[in-house]
Ligand binder design. Structure first.
Ligand SMILES: *Cc1c(COP(=O)(O)O)cnc(C)c1O
Length: 224
């Protein structure tokens, strides 16, 4: 299947999921996740109008950002403190902020580098994705306090990887988002849903779905 075929198939899935829940497809952003995919495919996607791509690894994303200065990369994977500087230098947004010490470090570095980088907080309400990071619900207030409303690091929303097939978990995220919007008095976007569960995510109110394999094809066997 060609990239265009896969993108067409995804548009159809998004359209149907939106119809089923009475949502406007324009309100669901499709973020292609290009980790372990070659630049050639990213360029092909760019020629179809995509300019932002999700990446999991700082080094890989930084290399791609240097090779394609006209595109923007979003960091989705766990971020270590010692990679915070290259992450701020090469990524347009960071979606995996999940702990106060990282927020402190990003604030110091954003000032030093004189950059503005929208951040998303990665939430894990289920203690399942420990390997993939995520802030527990009880730790959110401390993380928000560490962020301190810093104008260089504006909070865009919440990102999550709910347990596969757990529709209630997606709904739980939307409720968390709505409560936090009230508390903070600002709109927050919700990034959840991947190749296998974008329908459940859209039904629960996700604003951004992050799609890897259903967009680019299999990662493991790609060696172009
Ligand atoms: C890999 C990845 C995705 C995309 O996963 P697919 O199942 O390939 O669509 C989305 N979000 C994060 C955080 C990822 O690591």
């Amino acid at each position: 299947m060609s990239l265009l075929d896969r993108i067409g198939g995804l548009r159809t899935r998004i359209q149907k999921a939106c119809e089923a829940s009475g949502r406007d497809p324009a309100g669901v952003e499709l973020l292609p996740v290009s980790k372990k995919q070659p630049l050639s495919l990213i360029r092909e996607a760019a020629s179809s109008g995509f300019i932002r791509f999700g990446e999991n690894y700082v080094q890989e994303g930084a290399d791609k950002a240097v090779a394609e200065p006209g595109l923007q990369f979003v960091l989705l994977g766990p971020l270590q403190r010692n990679k915070a500087k290259p992450a701020l230098q090469h990524f347009a947004e960071i979606q995996s902020l999940d702990r106060p010490d990282l927020a402190d470090r990003l604030r110091r570095l954003a000032e030093e580098l004189d950059v503005v980088r929208p951040l998303w907080i990665q939430v894990d309400l289920w203690n399942e994705a420990t390997k993939q990071g995520g802030c527990a619900g009880a730790d959110l207030p401390a993380l928000l306090a560490a962020l301190g409303g810093d104008a260089r690091l504006p909070l865009r929303g919440l990102m999550a990887i709910p347990p596969p097939g757990d529709a209630a978990a997606f709904t739980q995220m939307n409720l968390l988002r709505e409560g936090l919007q009230q508390d903070l008095g600002q709109p927050l976007r919700l990034s959840m849903g991947m190749s296998g569960d974008l329908e459940a995510a859209i039904a629960a109110g996700s604003d951004q779905i992050r799609i890897g394999t259903a967009f680019f094809g299999d990662r493991a066997t790609t060696s172009r």
